[in-house]
Every structure is written in C-alpha cells, then in structure tokens.
Design a protein around this ligand. Structure first.
Ligand code: ZN
Length: 380
C-alpha cells in the first residue's frame, strides 16, 4: 500500500481496477416487432426490414452485457472490483450534445421510436439507460482521477461513439466517452485527454465533437470506408486550433494483430508522447475480433494493446486509464475480449501475439511430418 500521509491525495494501488456495471442499462431493449411512433422513418425502415431474407433482430441487445457479466462471474479476474454506475446529468450531456437534441431525446422517454435510418431505435427504457451509460463513463473517469483505482472499465450500453452533437446514429444515443472526456476537463482538472478508439467502426461522433479541439487527441483505428459509417479518412486530421489532433488509421477488411500493433507502436506511442495526456480514455469495441467477421484481431492483441496504453498512461499521467465499452456483437468474443483487457489492467503480462495461423500450422507440421520422412532418414 502507498502511504499518502502529508503527500496530498491518496495514490491509487498499482493495478487496482474497478469494473462499472449498472443493471439500469439493460432497460434499453428496442424490439422491431412492436409498433413504433408512426412517421416517414418508420415506414422507410419497415420497407428495408421487409426486404431482408430473414427476420431481423436488434443486434445491440441487453444480452451483450449480461454475457460479459456472466463470464466475469464464472471466471473472475483477481484485483477487479465491481461497482454500480450513475445517471449523467443534463449539464454533463450538454457539454457534448446540443440542447435541442437533448429535448428531442428526453421526449421519447417511455416510447418506441426510430431515431435514424441505420436502425438506431429507442424502447420505453432507453433514455434512462442511455443516461446511465453516459453517467457510468463519468463515474469511471472520476474513480480513476480521484485515485480510487489506477484504471477502470465502464461496461455500458447503448454504445456512444457514433452519436454526434446533434443526432443519434449507429445504435448510439449519447456519446459516452465524450461525456466522460469533457467532464474530466471541466470538473476533474484534466487539461489534455487522449481518446483511443479501437472499435471496428470509425468513431464519427467523437471525431466531430473534438474536430477543432487541441486539448483532445482522438486516435481511431478502424475498418476503412465504405464500411460503416464511411468516415475516418487518413487525411481527416481536424481543423483550426485542433488541426493535427485527429489521427485516423483506416485499415482494410481482415487486417489483424500485426497491423494493429504496428499502428500502436509506430504511431500511437509517439503521438501520445508528443501530446502528454492527463488522462487516457479508450472507446473499446470488441468487433475487430475475428469472430465478429470484419477484421482479424485476437484476444492476445487486445491484451497487447491494453499493455501499450497502460504504459503510455503510466508514463504521462500516473496510469490514469479508463475503458468505455462500444461495439462487439459476437457474445463470446465480446465477453472474452473484455476479460483479456481486465486481466492486463489488473497486472497480467500481455502475451505477444503470433502471426495468425502460424502456431496452428506448426502444430500440424509436428503432427503429420513424421509420416512423410523416408524410413532410412528416421532417427530410430
Ligand atoms: Zn463497432
């Protein structure tokens, strides 16, 4: 234990981790089979859904989070404590979203409605859930900055990084990671915030909010356009005072561990060392995992990326590192991905990923090769 007598605020235990999990976020449960507020969007989305070959289920469902919780109960990570979250205040949300948008969203409390043609929708409990998702990201940032733990993971939904200041998109209502970042700047004394987004999809909402903000470095590695949402070109670097503080690394379908770790080691690390963050936030989606089919990232790579972020945070800001859950739709890779991050946060040494498939081929060579060696060349 660190002794903090006479040395100002207590220093967090190295490797102390809090996972924030709040059941209230499970109340967001859009169901395309119930009737929605009528209107042009409902009509158009119904036409799209009717054209699909099979029945459509809302992919961003409560089972995503309960799968994570179940795995962490069955296979707990030593050193990780659970805590409930909190609902975001209107003031906290208002640092990210315009008042008109917040008015529109709050009017939908208790109702079913489509918010966007990309099938973003609300159910009666969604607005409450979205407030808790954003507020829980804030609670995680507070726990880390106030020194209650070294790092934290806000296990929340609906996700946030597609939500723009003026609109909901891509299953996202409020931009959770941006609400946490602006709260850390406005209230917690963090001047410079690094946001790393490794979700498979580009974080268009986060980028748009911080487009001209020199105090937020937004680094996003994602599958390139035309993959959803289509934004995040390499040449998009921010503007005005924030020119150069947006860093996009678009990668092709199937890119995997080697590409991700190269981007981290050769670009993220020097960018972070140049920026010197007071806090590191991560938009952590687990849809780059190969089981989600868009990219080819392994659990070992999630661990290795976490290890790199942890050392960046330790070098610049006493290890202050906060993960906020974004996408990830295969329940297996979502829950195992979260667990592999938590293990590293809690002190495990991240493994170095091999090249995909090589270990399996080596095993097959060892298994079969002997059969094809001529008898006279065998050892015995
Ligand atoms: Zn995603």
């Amino acid at each position: 234990m660190n002794s903090s007598l006479g040395k100002g605020p207590a220093v967090a235990d190295r490797n102390g981790v809090i996972a924030f999990y709040d059941e209230r976020v499970l109340a967001h449960e859009p169901d395309a089979n119930v009737s929605f507020l009528p209107g042009r969007m409902d009509k158009r989305i119904r036409e799209v859904l009717a054209g699909l070959s099979g029945p459509w289920k809302y992919p961003e469902h409560p089972g995503r989070l309960t799968a994570v919780r179940k795995l962490l109960e069955a296979e707990p990570v030593p050193g990780v404590e659970f805590e409930a979250g909190a609902a975001a205040t209107r003031e906290q949300l208002g640092r990210v979203h315009i008042q008109l948008y917040l008015d529109d969203i709050f009017e939908l409390r208790g109702r079913n409605a489509w918010l966007d043609m990309d099938t973003t929708a609300v159910s009666p409990g969604s607005v409450d859930a979205a407030e808790v998702a954003a507020g829980t990201a804030v609670a995680a940032a507070e726990a880390v900055v106030q020194g209650r733990c070294e790092s934290a993971f806000a296990l929340v939904r609906p996700p946030g990084h597609h939500a723009e200041p003026t609109r909901a998109r891509g299953f996202c209502l409020f931009n959770n990671v941006a609400v946490a970042a602006t709260h850390a700047q406005a209230v917690l004394g963090c001047k410079r915030v690094l946001i790393l987004d490794w979700d498979a999809h580009h974080g268009n909402g986060t980028q748009s909010l911080f487009w001209s903000d020199p105090d937020v470095l937004f680094f996003d590695i994602h599958r390139a356009s035309p993959f959803y949402p289509g934004s995040g070109r390499m040449e998009d670097i921010g503007a005005g005072a924030g020119e150069g503080t947006i860093v996009n690394v678009p990668v092709p379908a199937g890119a995997g561990d080697q590409a991700y770790l190269k981007a981290f080691r050769e670009l993220l690390v020097p960018a972070a060392d140049w920026f010197r963050p007071d806090l590191v936030l991560v938009s952590a989606g687990f849809d780059p995992h190969w089981q989600d089919l868009a990219l080819n990232v392994s659990y070992e790579c999630f661990s290795a990326m976490t290890g790199i972020l942890q050392s960046v945070a330790r070098r610049h800001c006493g290890g202050k590192l906060v993960f906020v859950l974004e996408g990830g739709y295969n329940l297996d890779s979502l829950s195992r991905g979260v667990r592999s991050v938590l293990e590293v946060l809690a002190g495990a040494e991240p493994p170095e990923p091999g090249i995909c498939g090589v270990a399996e081929v080596e095993a097959a060579v060892a298994y079969h090769r002997e059969a094809f060696v001529p008898p006279e060349a065998r050892d015995s």
